[in-house]
Unconditional design. Sequence first.
Lengths: 186, 434
Amino acid sequence: MAAQSSWYWGIHMRRHLTKLYNVSGAFAAILIFAICLLVSVQVIANLITKLFGTNLALTIPSYADFSGYFLAASSFMALAYTFKHGGHIRVLLVRDTLNANLKNIVDRFVLFIAAVTASYMTYYMALLTLEAYEFGDQSFGIIAIPLFIPQFFVFLGLLIFSISIFDNFFSSIKSEEKTSDEQELS
Amino acid sequence: MTEIFLTAGLLVTLFVLLGLGVWVGFALTLTGALGMLIFSNAPIGPIIATTLWGHSHSWALAALPLFILMGEILLRSRLSEHMFKGLAPWLGKVPGKLLHVNILGCAIFAAVSGSSAATAATIGKMSVPELRSRNYPMGLIIGTLAGSATLGLLIPPSIILIVYGVATEQSIARLFIAGVLPGLLLVSMFAIFIGIYGLVRPDLFPAEKQPYTFMEKLHGSKRLIPILLLIVGVIGSIYIGIASPTDAAAVGVILSLVLAWFNGALSKNMFFDALMGATKTSCMIAFILAGAGFLTVSMGFTGIPRNLAAWIDTLQLSQYALLAALTVFFIILGCFLDGISVVVLTTAIIMPMIEAAGIDPLWFGIYLVIVVEMSQITPPVGFNLFVIQGLVKENILQIAAAAFPFFLLLLVAVGVITIFPEIVTVLPSLMDAR
């Protein structure tokens, strides 16, 4: 019975985790398209200003700030999704020459290092975000954006990234013969 | 003495981490953390958090996902078909014949895409089967494709120049414009090389059967006009200063969507694939940049780049000797590391040395990109080689051998821009003059 419920739990967990990575990846993609729309609208507004003179000067307030914050949130929210799709670059030249046993050991060691580093980054990003929240740090633009909001997404992205690496680490420990689905990408 | 020992230890750590297969962004961060631990009492965690944040939200960097997205949309929009049909009718009589389709096709696609692997894949998808069925020699098909696709890195928009610009706080607009003439120089060198080849060994080139009338040629090229307008619009608006690279990239995305729609290639799935692809690539680069940002800060604490600069200064090398040594170093490094990693390591560690030697960082950016281009076609890690291997299913070493003449041409180009740096600097300085 116990084994069965743990199997059941495992299946559920897998589904939830995959959903977590996909949703955060989709969120990151939407942010990139949002940057594109935001900047395009501003370019059109600039053209209108050029054509009809400055009495019609249109600006999206703080659009450069918004683009930057969208970008930061997107880059970090996509980390886990990119990781799961083998999108992060690594050098596999040496690893690929190893025999299967050694390869397994190296892979786990590397996953462990990465998971710990990502967790460390997550922790300190959380502290930075909390600090920005407590001190009420804001951007200097026309619209004063509280910095903790974009920073929160950087933290959240790092957190999901850490989870995804631990996920791979524990999966590789559980299944001896599981081969890595990562690949080298340009 | 201990300092040299520790510095060497740090470098060894970096290469061991990379060699084990630690993801580049983590390897850079860990090396940075170790450096700070050894050389200073600075608080590592808070500084990592500050640099992660500080290096990821700039307006200039927003050009990166947008240009990647533009390339992703265009490579899914039947452009390769149009490129072949539009270019081939004009080139049948030129010495070197249809091999010029590879060179010009890559140059054109490079001007809308910032990636050399994407350029090789897009152009090669159509040109390799077409040229092969016409019995062009395989070695030359592969060589021209591999060599010319590296132009994706140099001809603006260029992903790697955005990375260099953000990492060294150079103007991305100026870097883009600086890449135009060296890019054209390389295109002409490649075309002349194939032209001469065609004159010396005409027996290798199959005869082109149907002659085209002028109207037929124009008709075939009609479809290339939108893409040429897109190129002129993007690069032109940056050059005359009415748009920043980020502005131009955003409009470029919208226009490439319109173009894909006209070509009948736009669909929900296609757009979804392009957007997710761009999200992944841009995330991968942003993570490396964040890691490199921290490594740069850490290197500032260790003083290694300063000491390196001072040491090089004591050697009293001429700029030429220094550049020759660096070129060899980069070619070796490029055999094992991808281009972006080479660029961020350079900016983190040897930039102060370059500035101390009195080398213009704008010029150095272009130089670095051409050297990185060479690394795209050298084994064992040359991304263009892998892409082409996917297209032609030949041995990777044979592909590398076919690409070798183009490696040498790139090396010659490095020499040319070193002797005549104006090729790089003249357009940006005209931009400033206005």
